[in-house]
Design a protein around this ligand. Structure first.
Ligand SMILES: [Zn+2]
Length: 84
């Protein structure tokens, strides 16, 4: 009798595991990519908007760059290079 209980316990565990896998698979499949991008959007805002340096072309967060004459530079070095 105890063996039977263990058997059904394992069966239920395996069944539930596959049910969870299938459920997550279908929710990923049914969720359009647009809505998934929307959920990841606040994270990119927290990181800061990525902007391209006018001189070296490096991408950096806009809050860490140096702004001069409406242009953003990754460092003071690039800022002085652009003035030449
Ligand atoms: Zn630069």
């Amino acid at each position: 009798m105890l063996k039977l209980l263990i058997f059904f316990g394992l069966l239920f565990g395996v069944f539930y595991f596959f049910y969870y896998k299938v459920k997550t698979f279908f929710t990923n499949l049914l969720t359009p990519p647009q809505t998934r991008e929307k959920t990841s959007e606040p994270q990119s805002i927290n990181k800061g908007e990525m902007v391209k340096c006018h001189v070296c072309g490096t991408y950096f967060p806009s809050n860490t760059g140096i702004k001069k004459n409406g242009k953003l530079y990754c460092s003071s070095e690039c800022m002085s290079k652009d003035n030449q």
